[in-house]
Design a protein around this ligand. Structure first.
Ligand SMILES: [Zn+2]
Length: 247
């Protein structure tokens, strides 16, 4: 069920069919001069909606803000701290658990490393705290990058590049405003930089000119199939009953 849309009795019945809930995490973040600030949220919600319908699991409303480090000085990026993301993740899982959910799919459309690691950190704490839950943390972009590589032409495609532009062209073509120049920013190896825009003028990583709506359709399908596979693996998983770890 789509939790935004159901009533109390529908929730009570729905929980008997499945105790798996997907919580999507997006961001309000610059995506070059051509894609909307909601790009990450849009992509992950559209994938999760298809997954929920096909796999018969439940979809929670998205958390539409994320931890955005490298784009934080670009206009339009409005982020939250790791402490806030960690706290809201823990609060949501605890409350869904209180209302009968047992398998939790924390899936991010924003691929920022610190952001995804914060979800992992929250998930690990929840595993300690709630002995009867299972948790997956999925970075939807990373799954697509791996499973969709045959479709992608540009090397080292990432933020607002060929993949994301294709996906928004497929999902919401009216939100794509032309294109942006190809860009592959270079940050120092170890030194943290305050003026991040100096290293990343246009806010694009990759080549959006290679994008197409048809690629976007195929990449979306790849993401849906992969997320369903990961959910089945999560639901089938049984914890060991204790004793020594196998050698
Ligand atoms: Zn993105």
């Amino acid at each position: 069920m789509i939790l935004d849309d159901v009533t109390m009795p529908e929730y009570e019945r729905g929980i008997l069919d499945s105790s798996t809930v997907i919580i999507p995490f997006g961001s309000l973040e610059e995506h070059g001069a051509h894609l909307p600030l909601c790009t990450d949220t849009l992509q992950v919600v559209e994938v999760c909606r298809r997954v929920a319908e096909r796999a018969g699991v439940h979809l929670a409303p998205a958390v539409a803000y994320g931890v955005c480090r490298s784009t934080r000085n670009h206009p339009g990026t409005i982020g939250i701290s790791t402490a806030t993301l960690r706290a809201i993740t823990i609060d949501l899982v605890r409350d869904f658990h209180r209302h009968g959910m047992r398998s939790f799919v924390l899936i991010s459309g924003h691929a920022g490393k610190t952001h995804v690691l914060t979800l992992v950190d929250a998930g690990e704490q929840l595993l300690d705290e709630l002995p009867d839950i299972r948790v997956s943390v999925i970075s939807e972009y990373n799954e697509i990058q791996e499973a969709g590589k045959a479709l992608v032409e540009a090397a080292d495609d990432s933020h607002a590049g060929e993949i994301e532009t294709s996906r928004v062209m497929f999902l919401r073509p009216e939100l794509v405003k032309g294109t942006s120049p190809a860009e592959w920013p270079v940050f120092p190896d170890a030194r943290l930089v305050r003026d991040k825009r100096r290293h990343w003028r246009g806010g694009v990583w990759g080549d959006p000119s290679r994008a197409s709506a048809e690629k976007g359709r195929q990449l979306t399908e790849i993401a849906v199939a992969r997320v369903i596979e990961l959910i089945r693996e999560l639901e089938d998983y049984r914890e060991s009953t204790g004793g020594a770890e196998p050698a």
